[in-house]
Design a protein around this ligand. Structure first.
Ligand code: NAP
Length: 326
């Protein structure tokens, strides 16, 4: 099939491109920057310039396409807001897909989005699900929780480098998934007629709280985490402050996620029927232990090759600070 991937330069999007090419599909990527996307071209994808917030740029990318996988979302660093990209941009894209006569459309939502109408991105995701249901598209919605890749910057690197790990008092467990595994579901969704007009959770095998992840990282790195607690009240105050200025809207909308973390309701779901429906094997899905083990194993090996030791004990018994990441 000829598959258009939107957001192919992103964390999830690039894994979808890889997986779709490996499965024998012809992949076209709609990208904002051709320069940033050269690696996708090297993998065998065709890249076409475009921006979902500029509807006039969409038709050329949609020519001769059988299915669209949309993995785009507003970047935290972008001038464009979540509303502009994840709502207005998505509506542009969905309308252009309909106009091009393409039926298959894969959309990534967030698990339990319906329960958080006051969290902007959750509300937008839920509204997009409702919007899709009103179209005649053979859409499939995959509701995600969190990506294992995000845990590296949040926990693994600061713990290895003796930097502070920020934590709120609340500890809502999240069933993180490796984006490589999410990509398998996305590409299968394109291939299967039986998943049309359906919504599925796509989450990891077990939900992990922040404290458990920190303990796991400590065990695997051999370092002790320096934990800094941020009270929820401070996050709420920062949110109200960042809401004042347009250029901090994205930061504010992300801080709103603190409400999800404060809820205590685990972001997880029963996956056995989903694996069955998609014809995938749960035993092949990455566990968080194996993901982090592989990460720390690789980093520690690299450090040893560089003739460093992680946390060598000096003659005075004090631990030496690692500064490999700055
Ligand atoms: N990250 C998570 O933990 C998580 C959890 C639940 C659901 N999801 C969902 O999973 C999907 C993928 O997320 P991600 O974390 O992989 O995203 P990401 O790494 O932030 O990448 C975002 C992608 O969207 C592209 N993009 C942004 N604005 C665009 C625009 N106006 N026009 C065209 N492309 C645009 C970016 O292109 P550039 O390279 O040009 O910036 C990039 O390729 C999203 O739908 C997200 O909501 C993510």
């Amino acid at each position: 099939m000829r598959v258009l991937v939107v957001g192919g330069t992103g964390t999830l999007g690039r894994q979808i491109v890889r997986q779709a090419i490996d499965q024998g599909h012809t992949v076209v990527c709609l990208v904002r920057s051709l320069r940033k996307a050269t690696f996708l071209k090297e993998w065998g994808a065709t890249i076409v310039g475009g921006n979902i917030c500029k509807p006039e740029t969409l038709p050329p990318a949609l020519e001769n396409i059988d299915a669209v996988i949309d993995a785009s979302t507003a970047r935290a660093t972008d001038a464009l807001t979540i509303r502009q990209v994840d709502w207005e941009g998505k509506l542009n894209l969905i309308r252009a897909v309909q106009k091009a006569g393409i039926k298959k459309f894969i959309f990534f939502s967030i698990l339990r989005a319906v329960e958080y109408p006051k969290v902007p991105l959750m509300d937008i995701k839920h509204c997009t699900e409702k919007f899709l249901a009103q179209t005649d598209l053979d859409y499939t919605v995959l509701q995600l929780a969190g990506f294992m890749q995000g845990l590296i910057g949040q926990y693994a690197i600061p713990i290895l480098d003796n930097q502070s790990v920020w934590q709120t008092g609340e500890n809502t467990p999240i069933a993180y998934m490796n984006t490589q595994d999410v990509a398998k579901f996305a590409v299968r969704a394109v291939e299967l007629d039986s998943v049309a007009r359906q919504t599925y959770p796509v989450v990891g095998s077990r939900a992990w709280g922040a404290t458990e992840i920190i303990q796991l990282c400590e065990r695997m790195s051999g370092n002790t985490a320096r934990i800094s607690q941020v009270p929820m009240a401070v996050l709420r105050f920062m949110r109200s402050l960042t809401r004042f200025f347009q250029w901090t809207y994205n930061a504010s909308d992300r801080l709103a996620f603190a409400e999800v973390l404060a809820s205590g309701k685990a972001l997880t779901a029963e996956m056995a029927p989903v694996y069955e429906q998609f014809g995938l094997d749960p035993k092949e899905t990455t566990t968080l232990e194996s993901y982090l083990q592989e990460y720390f194993g690789r980093i520690i090996k690299k450090l040893k090759e560089l003739d460093y030791e992680v946390n060598p004990t000096q003659t005075d018994g004090k631990k030496k600070k690692n500064n490999f990441f700055f």
